[in-house]
Design a protein around this ligand. Structure first.
Ligand SMILES: O=P(O)(O)OC[C@@H](O)[C@@H](O)c1c[nH]c2ccccc12
Length: 272
């Protein structure tokens, strides 16, 4: 069984448990459930420079513990101060060390910033959960979902007021998964089954994503040069976790990257 299959198997168990403990009728009563969501897609679409979506991630199956001593309310507020266009917070516990508690702390610290619930969504129930913790965006991973299921989840997500980020890793996934209930397409530079990471994945797939979708490059991004390179291929958003999270002060790491982006684009105005 590859790691993705293991994650999904565990996810299905968790969902069965959660549905009993907190049925949809309970989730719907959460105060955040009826909150007005904030659009990540429009923040990215309207920007005239590369936008960073900063991730709060404690650990991962590929890297183990990334940072054991971090507080989501502090890190995410620092990210926003340093200019993050959006936030991504892991809610998967067993494989990524995340939680609803992390997400809620980040949400309360940043009420008006677009936030992605980063998890493995395989059931409608998780969309209600996402809404109940104050998410604006959910991720649908093509590698985890049959096209019909993906389309159905996208439809329900949008009915709930959530934006949908479709994650793909290759042309086949893109072809079968791209549909009408998608707001943004994220190209994951990391293969979730092998953990192999190459930013060339974003270059190769860029041409095949229609211009009507906002493009985001995800994973393995470390420096301004790479971001400006991918920006030329039409990527507006850049999802970055580990590069920031492995430092003592993730917000400062983002601020440094933003400075480098500005400097490089001053030196090379053709990039912007
Ligand atoms: O930490 P990185 O290499 O900057 O990657 C961030 C993000 O792209 C990655 O965490 C991610 C992308 N897709 C996912 C799906 C599930 C869990 C995690 C992910």
């Amino acid at each position: 069984m590859n790691i993705l299959d293991k994650i999904i198997a565990r996810k299905l168990e968790e969902i069965t448990e959660s549905k009993k403990l907190r049925p949809v009728s309970v989730l719907e009563k959460e105060p955040l459930f009826s909150r007005t969501t904030v659009s990540l897609a429009s923040a990215l679409k309207n920007a005239s420079s590369p936008q960073i979506i900063s991730e709060f991630k404690r650990k991962s199956p590929s890297k183990g513990i990334i940072n054991g001593e971090v507080f989501p309310e502090i890190v995410t507020a620092d990210y926003v101060k340093a200019g993050a266009a959006g936030l991504s917070v892991l809610t998967d516990h067993d494989f990524f060390g995340g939680s609803f508690d992390d997400f809620l702390k980040a949400r309360h610290a940043n009420p008006f910033v677009p936030m992605l619930r980063k998890d493995f969504i395989v059931d409608e129930y998780q969309l209600f959960e996402a809404r109940s913790i104050g998410a604006d965006v959910i991720l649908l991973i093509a590698a985890c979902l049959e096209p019909d299921k993906l389309n159905q989840l996208g439809k329900t997500a949008r009915e709930l007021g959530l934006e949908v980020l479709l994650e793909v890793h290759n042309a086949d996934e893109l072809e079968v998964s791209l549909g009408e209930n998608i707001d943004m397409v994220g190209v994951n530079n990391r293969n979730l089954k092998t953990f192999e990471t190459s930013v060339e994945t974003s270059v190769v797939l860029s041409e095949q994503i229609p211009d009507s979708f906002v493009k985001i490059s995800e994973s393995g991004l470390k420096d301004a040069e790479t971001i400006l390179h991918l920006y030329k291929y039409g990527y507006k958003g850049f999802l970055i976790g580990e590069t920031f999270m492995k430092t003592v002060n993730p917000g400062t790491a983002l601020a440094d990257l933003q400075n480098n982006l500005t400097q490089h684009s001053n030196l090379n105005p053709q990039f912007l």
